[in-house]
Ligand binder design. Sequence first.
Ligand SMILES: [Zn+2]
Ligand SMILES: [Zn+2]
Length: 403
Amino acid sequence: MLSPAEDSAFRDIRRDFHAHPELKFEEFRTSEKIYSFLREWGCDEITRGLGGTGIVGVLHGRLGAVTSKSIGIRADMDALPLTEKNEFEHVSRYSGKMHACGHDGHLTILLAAGKKLAEERNFSGKLNLIFQPGEEGGAGGKAMIDDGLFAKHPCSEIYALHNWPGLSEGTFGFKSCALMASSNQFDITITGKGGHAAMPQLCVDPIFIGTQLCQAIYGITSRMVKPIDSAVISISRIKAGDSPNIIGNDIFLSGTVRTFSYEALDLIEKKIKHLSTQICSAFGAKADVCFLRQYPPTINDEEITAHAVSVAEKLFGKRKVLTDIEPTMGAEDFSFMLQKVPGTYFFLGNGDISGNHRGQGHGLGPCTLHNATYDFNDNLIGIGAKFWNELVMTRLGHDESSD
Ligand SMILES: [Zn+2]
Ligand SMILES: [Zn+2]
């Protein structure tokens, strides 16, 4: 779909974004660049400043409103607070900022698709090109929704992709229903009664109670959640005590909870609160529990996913399409958009983690997400753009005589 000249131009564009990474909600240069491209290519409407630096470009098909459908395709724009260890020419210009999750690639794929679709407009209805800030822990997807994304730009269905190291180059990984988990955090403060470590009978020892509580909490996933409903609880931070001969007043426990279903999530939240208060009360201590739901599970629509699978199979052959990829306990804020509008989120193979696609001067680490020697695989720009293009045309209807 992209000519060799266009392909090369978009590789340069991707590398320019890579060299100028911006952290969540600071994507000012990135957003400005995207805006000038969308304007140059003749987008019918452009909305800026959604959820901070978010931007939406709207394209109307030349076949008019034969369908009332409108599609949204979302790409994330932010980088990570990481110092890049590559030394090639497009290495990050800033210490402590790096496109180590490939969002530079995601947005370039969407730009490449958008340029082609803007030129040809061989579809009916409306297409919304959605560029989102703050995916890396900032819930930028939610910020855009709260700022009126779907009120200003109604979508009947939405799509997004993420490059996936370890999946062979250009292989699509789809999954109906839950592909990524919900991400949640809990913080528990247990307040006991401090005193001399040689006289525990005069104290309410928070460490003794906290360690009992840890065991009980780990019992939630093994004994209370349905065995076929996957869930993870990790108590990953404990802080207590200052001195070997002093029993302190309190202990602080903190951790993460990941689930694919709301049913498991509701149960775990309830049980963590219940066990904390009851165990503490049994030993004469007090528990303060804070349970924070961060990202919801990423749940794909069955019919829309099946359509996306058929598009990928038609373009690239069944060998390049996995229809039931293993879900991951990682989380993704596209889930907020999927709560409002049905759609699908899928993986696109970035290639082997040895990262043979990386240019000369790359660091020695594996080419995995959030690694300081990662680099996006530019061969995915043409593949991803071709996919988005075909998806829009088949989903919104097109004039086959001009294919
Ligand atoms: Zn990431
Ligand atoms: Zn990412």
